[in-house]
Write a protein that binds this ligand. Structure first.
Ligand code: G3I
Length: 338
């Protein structure tokens, strides 16, 4: 077609009209298209919304219906821990973990791996070990489990809860810590070699308040790892809140400062004791803090119904014991859609 000045201006006019029409349809469509589940709402900003899942509950239809409908990321609550996956030295057991991983993947959901190395929930044989034998057993565990699940895990909690509570800002004493201060970076290197595609996270609790010594201690470790090329990709903030440990006002600052080190941040085990509007407001604050940090990949709540929680009497989750949505659910969903 020969382009005259008239045909060019007509083409410009038509394309402008198309653009304007498209823009108008986006404007009209967006309120009606607000997503109606946690996972779909989080996905609008490229994030995930996950939950901890217990293999023993996969036969409970209320539980499974909510899981399938609402969440797009799954963490095994106990089934991928060291005691579950290596009950005897060198003998690995993946039955319950596989039930969760397969359910998630069959439903198109992704999986957070929890946890490769931890001072708790070690199998009895490991609890009795020390020194280089323990170091070797830990590294073998990391390598075997991360290799078995290679390509299926979005993010691994490589090391869980290695820092001390209180004001020291230092490491927690444990059999693993006594194998030498470099046990954490050794675990991360082994995990990277075994599953190069997974994000590798350090995960801990009471690291939400920027001014707390424990938060600062973890921050310094991540800063050190990044400066020395230790393969760490993300930091998990468990976020178990209650009246003694409320959502801090500086939560956004904490998440942003860690992200500024060049790692992703993830809220990994969120639950907040309480009820009604006060609980809903705190869930809203946590959701807002994550949404305000571009490297906050997603939020995982530590269970589905209050009755599924490790601290059920605190009613800390988004669904009541009957599977009904709570005020906290509505406030999280509204934030994700805002
Ligand atoms: O399955 C057995 C059951 O057969 C037995 O009869 C019963 C008797 O005690 O125990 C059951 O196992 C329990 C398991 O939860 C499943 O319910 C364990 O005793 C109990 O210790 C275990 O607790 C788990 C806890 O981690 C262990 O440290 C919780 O479910 C789990 O929610 C909790 O999760 C941790 C994260 O991994 C790390 N961050 C903190 C978070 C909350 O504590």
């Amino acid at each position: 077609m020969k382009l005259t000045s008239r045909s060019v201006s007509r083409a410009v006019l038509v394309s402008t009209m198309v653009t304007a029409t498209a823009a108008a349809s986006v404007l009209v469509a967006s309120p009606a298209s607000a997503a109606t589940t946690l996972g779909a709402s989080a996905a609008q900003s490229g994030r995930y919304f996950g939950t901890a899942v217990a293999a023993g509950k996969l036969g409970d239809s209320t539980y499974v219906n909510i899981l399938n409908r609402e969440f797009d990321m799954v963490t095994a609550e106990n089934e991928m821990k060291m005691d579950a996956t290596e009950p005897n030295p060198g003998q690995f057991s993946y039955g319950n973990a596989d039930r969760i991983v397969n359910h998630a993947r069959n439903q198109g959901k992704r999986v957070r791996g929890h946890a490769l190395a931890w001072h708790q929930q070690q199998p009895g044989w490991m609890q009795n070990m020390s020194g280089s034998a323990l170091r070797q057993a830990m590294l073998n565990h990391v390598t075997q489990v991360a290799t078995y699940y290679r390509g299926k895990i979005h993010s691994w909690d490589v090391v869980n809860e290695a820092f001390a509570d209180g004001n020291s800002g230092g490491r927690r004493d444990s059999n693993l810590q006594r194998t030498g201060n470099d046990w954490i970076e050794a675990a991360f290197r082994a995990a990277r070699a075994a599953d190069p595609g997974a994000k590798l996270c350090y995960n801990d609790y009471n690291t939400d308040n920027w001014s707390h010594a424990k938060t600062q201690g973890v921050y310094r470790m991540v800063q050190d790892f990044k400066s020395r090329g230790v393969p760490i990709d993300c930091v998990g903030f468990q976020a178990h809140f209650n009246s003694g440990n409320p959502v801090p006002n500086n939560y956004h600052t904490t998440l942003q400062n860690f992200a500024n080190l060049g790692v992703d941040v993830q809220i990994t085990e969120l639950d907040i004791a309480g009820s009604g509007s006060s609980q809903a407001d705190q869930f809203k604050g946590v959701t807002q803090a994550c949404l305000a940090v571009s490297r906050c990949n997603g939020i995982t709540v530590w269970g589905i119904r209050d009755s599924d929680s490790w601290r059920a009497s605190d009613t800390p989750l988004l669904f009541d014991r009957n599977g009904n949505k709570k005020a906290a659910y509505n406030s999280v969903l509204a934030q994700l859609n805002s």
